[in-house]
Design a binder for this molecule. Sequence first.
Ligand code: 5RP
Length: 236
Amino acid sequence: MSFELEKELVGKHAAELVEDGQVIGVGSGTTVSYFIKHLGARCRREGLKILAVPSSYQSYFELIKAGVALTTLDEYDTLDLTIDGADEVDEDLNLIKGGGGALTQEKIIGTYTKKLIILVDSSKFVKRIGGAPIPVEVLPKALSPVYKKIESFGGKPEVRMAKRKLGPVVTDNGNFILDCKFEEIIDPESLNTRIKMLPGVVETGLFIGLADRILIGKEGAVIEKVKERARPDLNR
Ligand code: 5RP
């Protein structure tokens, strides 16, 4: 089975997990697109009353097209469930996200939620995250100092360049992205904290301890990995 079919399989499976009346966060990416398509079909078929908070212009427009009603975190500050994709997932359910540049809003909806479920095809599940570069969203004015600091941490940053526009990718929030490759990530939590603490950094694509459940599409089946630990306590 191709990776594309595995994405559709998990997207469809996840759409069945949403319950009537829930307020959900919706991530971004091609796997999430399948989820949105199947959720929209369920809303039409079963008359489900779902409200969704999108994490990007991509999911915003796709949710509208699918006929799923939208809301915001101003109206619901804790979501019932968030569904998203990832670029890499490991045994500890740590993630690298941000391949689509929507990491900041994705981390927001993935944090202010009771449950975060991640959908991936089998190519994304690895022993230890770090094969993919870590996307870091940076305020344009701080690009050069942040670049140098990340180099001093052992990373190899690259400014993400746009494909059908001249110059760098500009995120939905008006910022730039540094894709930072590290030889090896021994302690993802402390690396996340070090990068996040740099003034000018908006967010990192390291999602540590946030995912509750991973759904992996593999050869026609959906494999689940569930986290035993509690989510970070937002009231601490
Ligand atoms: C966007 C993301 C995506 O969830 C991630 O890049 C996976 O995308 P896809 O499902 O297209 O492989 O983090 O910022």
